[in-house]
Design a protein around this ligand. Structure first.
Ligand code: HEC
Ligand code: HEC
Ligand code: HEC
Ligand code: HEC
Ligand code: HEC
Length: 165
């Protein structure tokens, strides 16, 4: 009898905890279903192959289709998705990927400064190499930025992240 009450109490606790966990937003649909788990996980491709931190270092960028074609001119050429990819490369068109982590332009942010300070991709984007489709699983709202700044003793002055007017 006591056991049953314990099990019921545990179940109630578990359900209420599950109900309180905010659900992350779903992965946005992409023009081509690119899979990080396959490419960065299984094939162990370096992040920098597709995300070079070009000068002045604010953005990582996303490689154009021509980089994909280094493999896909030979790999999986019978796939309709790869044929779509080949079309982009042939006509030199930009693939309009739907953004996962985008912050408003009035916020100051530099990848290079953060990487130089020892922050990692995983801290801000989660275990990307284990994800088939990326979704916004890490909180990079103002609160999210400030929480990490608090923990790592970086400034939380308004003008650190927002230009003075
Ligand atoms: C301190 C947090 C942080 C770290 C560390 C970080 N990122 Fe980001 N990342 C962001 C934010 C914030 C954005 C959105 C930037 C924007 O919209 O201007 C972003 C955007 C991106 C983008 C979209 C293109 C762009 O540059 O806007 C890619 C790709 C990316 N990150 C890859 C990476 C990779 C690869 C690493 C590790 C080498 C990494 N990020 C490390 C926070 C971070
Ligand atoms: C280093 C080589 C390499 C690069 C670079 C590469 N891929 Fe791939 N890709 C592969 C391999 C290997 C597979 C798995 C093929 C299989 O299932 O037999 C694959 C599979 C795929 C598939 C699944 C195709 C299907 O129908 O099953 C898509 C879509 C894809 N890649 C898109 C891309 C895109 C977009 C890029 C560039 C951003 C890219 N790949 C860059 C090697 C690569
Ligand atoms: C073969 C190319 C390739 C490799 C390698 C790769 N990526 Fe990507 N990445 C892409 C493409 C294509 C997109 C856009 C589609 C998407 O969001 O899945 C993207 C999107 C992203 C985004 C979301 C950017 C945004 O805000 O929209 C992040 C974050 C990211 N990659 C991080 C990483 C990290 C971290 C690694 C290494 C562990 C990595 N990527 C390795 C091709 C690659
Ligand atoms: C994972 C932890 C972490 C997250 C998340 C994070 N930061 Fe930072 N940030 C740092 C650290 C550490 C520094 C370096 C502090 C130093 O050098 O004193 C830094 C430095 C900065 C700087 C000054 C860098 C420069 O250009 O000199 C700005 C601006 C900044 N962060 C803005 C942001 C914004 C905006 C976000 C959210 C979109 C964010 N940070 C998210 C850890 C983080
Ligand atoms: C560590 C970086 C950081 C610091 C410090 C910071 N902000 Fe922000 N702030 C952000 C980011 C990132 C956003 C954008 C959030 C989003 O909408 O994605 C933002 C958004 C805002 C907005 C627009 C909010 C909205 O709801 O539209 C205002 C206003 C603002 N910040 C004011 C401030 C003030 C005032 C301070 C000082 C108390 C401050 N911020 C400090 C990063 C920061």
């Amino acid at each position: 009898m006591n056991k049953l009450i314990l099990v019921l109490a545990a179940a109630v606790l578990w359900f209420s905890a599950a109900a309180q966990t905010p659900q992350p937003p779903p992965a946005p649909a992409q023009p081509i279903p690119f899979n990080h788990k396959l490419h960065a996980g299984n094939l162990k491709l370096k992040c920098s192959m597709c995300h070079p931190n070009r000068d002045p270092g604010e953005t990582m960028g996303i490689a154009p289709a021509s980089v994909c074609m280094q493999c896909h001119s030979a790999v999986k050429t019978d796939s309709p998705e790869i044929q779509k990819l080949a079309e982009f490369a042939k006509s030199n068109r930009t693939i309009r990927w739907n953004r996962v982590y985008a912050i408003p332009s009035y916020v100051l942010f530099s990848h290079r400064a953060h990487l130089a300070a020892g922050n990692t991709c995983v801290e801000c984007h989660g275990p990307v190499a284990e994800r088939e489709a990326l979704f916004r699983e890490v909180d990079l709202s103002m609160t999210g930025c400030m929480n990490c700044h608090r923990v790592k003793n970086a400034s939380n002055d308004c003008t650190y992240c927002h230009e003075e007017r």
